[in-house]
Design a protein around this ligand. Structure first.
Ligand SMILES: [Zn+2]
Length: 245
């Protein structure tokens, strides 16, 4: 299906196409330190790439990316910029209601940053209470299973992966020119036994912001990982559109 980018449509077109397609696809990332070998906008690059592939396959209208996210864990690393969960949640609720006025029944949030997850889920529930559009939140669905087939490493406890084999492979596939291969460092995170049960700033567990071994990354692994994520999102959204009738 042809890719429709919301920001390039006229107002009339935007409303007409959104009313017809009913699905708005909203990529969101973060600005966050990703070690010396990846840019701070890595999560934005990934969210945008996934959202474009999803939009090509299921239709809908692709919204401009939200480039800021909740970066609590890495807020003290050089380059990280953070907004609060409350700000992010309010933004998503406001935007959801506004999209509904333009004809959207479904909003698919393609989230490139795991730290945004709680705020996005809260916003989706708030929109449900408000009888707003149905908001779906996709944060790399199926990545753990796909990584176990494709990579030597797995996401950490809590599902985190960061500037490691998994994430670096994804960037090598979608934007290889952004990866500084000569600056890759391997760092095994030192997780305290209570890691999952209290707020742990990542300055406690990693020096560089890397959680694993990016030198194992390849573009081929990234392509397979990306395919698995996109396939999962596409199948859920096809079901969601059918459910709308
Ligand atoms: Zn990331």
């Amino acid at each position: 299906m042809n890719l429709q980018r919301y920001e390039l449509l006229s107002g009339e077109e935007a409303r007409r196409i959104l009313e017809a397609r009913r699905l708005a696809i909203l990529p969101i990332g973060a600005i966050e330190a990703h070690g010396p070998h990846l840019p701070v906008g890595t999560d934005n690059l990934l969210a945008q790439a996934i959202a474009e592939r999803v939009a090509e396959q299921v239709g809908g209208v692709l919204l401009p990316l939200i480039p800021y996210g909740q970066v609590w864990s890495l807020q003290d690393f050089p380059g990280s910029l953070s907004i609060s969960s409350e700000t992010l949640g309010s933004l998503l609720v406001d935007l959801g209601l506004s999209l509904q006025r333009q004809g959207a029944a479904l909003v698919a949030v393609i989230n490139g940053h795991i730290g945004n997850g709680a705020a996005l889920q809260a916003a989706a529930r708030r929109l449900y209470q408000l009888k707003g559009p149905v908001m779906y939140v996709f944060t790399y669905p199926g990545i753990g299973e796909a990584a176990s087939r494709i990579c030597s490493s797995r996401p950490m406890p809590g599902g985190y992966f960061h500037a490691d084999e998994i994430e670096t492979s994804l960037v090598l596939h979608i934007a290889p020119e952004q990866v500084r291969r000569d600056r890759m460092i391997r760092e095994e995170p030192q997780l305290p036994p209570d890691f999952l049960y209290r707020p742990v700033p990542w300055t406690e567990i990693t020096r560089t912001g890397i959680l694993g071994d990016p030198t194992l990354a390849t573009a081929e692994k990234g392509e397979s990982l990306l395919e698995a994520i996109v396939e999962q999102i596409v199948s859920v959204l096809r079901f969601a559109l059918q459910r709308l009738g």
